[in-house]
Design a binder for this molecule. Structure first.
Ligand SMILES: [Zn+2]
Length: 246
């Protein structure tokens, strides 16, 4: 059975959920420049793919996952200089996640899992604040932590991973119609965003990404994208199962 999306259901179906086994999954993306070859909504596409893959695994283990509509509005200061990027205050995202958790809790759904595909430090920090503040249990497998990053591809681990091989592969797997022909010919950009964050830089331009991509888009394949989506789903499901055993 494909994972259920909350907004596709009538309220009566939510009322009939087994609360002890229910988990809501919130995909977190961004509206943010992703090179000249990927859509602004790339992180939304990746977060939704992660959420669905995780939900399938959890349903197979007997839990009742519900995929929430994705949150695309988020802090994205690194890309703010590129047309089309929308960047909110960190406090807005913290409030949104906290309020969603509180609202779910009123209906007895006490576990909220975050499927996050956007890693601007301002956004990750806002999510950590929400995890600390929100009622109930917010499960946040933070892919910027080394132990989880190690489960993903070499490019992801290198930090040169914005609209490069890793993300382009996932979009090729999930929404190939949205990948531009430029993906095949863009030269690699090996500059690491992790190092840029550590060096206190605040924009893609300063970090050495004048076209808003880092990594090697031309090396992307749909097969790698499918594999990454499976691993993302596994990471999410493992994090949920740690607090809500099957
Ligand atoms: Zn991205």
């Amino acid at each position: 059975m494909p994972p259920r999306a909350l907004i596709d259901l009538p309220w009566t179906e939510v009322a009939a959920l087994d609360r002890a086994r229910a988990v809501a999954i919130l995909p977190l993306g961004a509206v943010e420049a992703h090179g000249p070859h990927l859509p602004l909504g790339t992180d939304v596409i990746i977060a939704e793919a992660m959420a669905r893959a995780g939900a399938e695994r959890l349903a197979a283990r007997g839990l009742e996952p519900l995929v929430l509509p994705p949150c695309a509005y988020t802090p994205a200061p690194f890309a703010a200089g590129f047309p089309g990027t929308l960047s909110l205050s960190p406090a807005a995202l913290t409030s949104l996640v906290t309020d969603v958790a509180a609202s779910l809790g009123r209906h007895g759904i006490r576990v909220l899992a975050l499927a996050n595909a956007h890693f601007d430090p301002a956004q990750v920090d806002a999510l950590r604040r929400a995890v600390a503040k929100a009622p109930g249990t917010v499960v946040f497998p933070d892919l910027t932590r080394r132990a989880l990053a190690e489960r993903l591809t070499p490019e992801f681990r290198s930090g040169a991973c914005h609209a490069g091989r890793y993300e382009t592969s996932i979009v090729l797997a999930a929404r190939p119609d949205l990948v531009g022909a430029a993906a095949r010919t863009l030269p690699p950009n090996p500059r690491s965003l992790t190092e840029a964050f550590a060096a206190g830089q605040h924009t893609f331009e300063a970090a050495g990404g004048p076209e808003a991509y880092f990594g090697a888009p031309a090396e992307a394949t749909p097969a790698e994208g499918r594999e990454s989506i499976a691993v993302l789903g596994e990471i999410l499901a493992d994090a949920v199962l740690a607090v809500l055993p099957a």
